[in-house]
Design a protein around this ligand. Sequence first.
Ligand code: CTP
Length: 417
Amino acid sequence: MARILLGVTGGIAAYKALELIRLATAAGHSVRVIQTDNSQRFVGAASFAAITGAPVLTTEWERDPARGAFPDQATPEHDPISHLELVRNADCFVVAPASANTIAKLASGFADNLLTSAALAASCPLVVAPAMNHQMWQNAATQENIERLRGRSVAIVDPEVGSLASRNEWGSGRLAQPATILAAVEQLVPRGQRPWDGRRVLVTAGGTREAIDAVRFVGNRSSGRMGFALAEAAAARGASVTVVAANVDLPRHAQISYVDVESAAELERAATEEFPSCDLLLMVAAVSDFTAEEPASGKLKKDGRSELELTLSPTNDVLAALSQLRADGQTLVGFAAEHGADAVETAREKLTRKGLDALVVNDVSGDDIGFESTSNEVTIVTANGDQHVPKADKLAIANEILDAVDVLHRDRAQASS
Ligand code: CTP
C-alpha cells in the first residue's frame, strides 16, 4: 500500500484520472488529489473527493480539512501548511494528465499554483504522464522540457499514439492507460502489502483458431480485451499474473507474463502446464469446440469444386478437465458468451457441469457489448446466486468480477485450511 498524491491538470484526459484513482484504491493505495484551476473546467473536485474519500485542494490559500493527512492516516492535532504536509506524507507524486503548460512549469521550477509548488517541495519520486495535442507534444519546446525532467530522474509515462480529442486528429499525445500509469507508480514506491500480493493468477484470453489449410482457419470474434483487462486489474492488486493469449493483438503489460498460442490444442497444453501453480484460474478465452480433422498442408484450391466439405471433430473441454485436476484452495472461473433470454439458466447448467466456482456470462445479442467492444455487461453466476454488473468499460467490469472472485477465493481457502 502506498500514499499516492495525484496532480490533475487541465485537459480532456482529466476524466481518466478518475479511473487511475479507482484502480489505485482497488489495489489498496491511499490517494489524495491536487487540481489546477483549469482542470476543474473538465472534472469537478466533487468527483475526485467522492472517489478518494478525501478533500481535494486547488490553492495554497484554502485550509485542508484533512490537514495534509491521507485517507489511511489520522488527521493531525495541529494545523500544518497543508500542501507541504501532503507531499511529505506522499510516497509518490504523479501528475496525470500533465498538460504542456504544467510540464513547462515543472521543467523551469515554477511554483505559481498549488500543484507546481507541491512538485517543487516533493522529496518523493515524481511521475509525469503527459496528455496533449500531437503538435504540442512534438513541439521542440515540449520535448526539451521532457528531456530536462528525465534528466532530473522524473519518470515520464509516454503518451500513446491514437485518435486524439479533436475530431479526425490522430497522433502521439493521448494519455497512457491508467493501468500503465499505476504500474509506473508501483515500480517506484515501496511495495508493502497489496490485497493480492502472493496470489498467482492464470488468465486465458482471446479466441483460438483451428487451421483448415496452411492459410485459412475457423476462428471466433473474441478480441481478448476482457481477459487482458482482468489480467491488468489482478496485477494492479499485486497478483503475479500469467496470460495464455490466443491470437490477441493488444498492448502488453510489463508486469504480466504472456504465453502465446493459436489453436485449442496449444491452449490446452499451455493452460495445463500453468494450472498447477496458480491459485485462481480465469478462463476467459473462447476455445473452439471443434477442430478440422485433416487440415490440408498447403493452400486448398478451388479445383472446379461446387462445394467443399469440412469434417470437424470435437476438442477437449479444457476447463472441465482442469476442474478435475483442481487442488484444494484453487478457484476456477469460466466465462460464457450467450445469446438471448436463457443466458443465465444456461450458465447455471455449465457452472455445475464444469465444476466451477463462478461463471461470468455476457449476453452478446446486443451489438454494443462483448467481443470487439471496449465495454461489457455481465452476470456473475455462482452456487449462491447471481450478481448483475451493469454496462461499463471492461476494466471497471474486471474489477467488479475480481471483487466477487475475491470473496469466493477466500471462502475456498478457508474451507481447505
Ligand atoms: N471452454 C473450454 N474448452 C472448450 C470450450 C470451452 O475450456 N473446448 C471453456 C471456456 O473458456 C469458458 C467456458 O468453458 O470459460 C464456457 O465456454 P462455452 O463455449 O460457453 O462452453 P461450452 O461448453 O463450449 O458450451 P456451448 O455448447 O454453449 O458452446
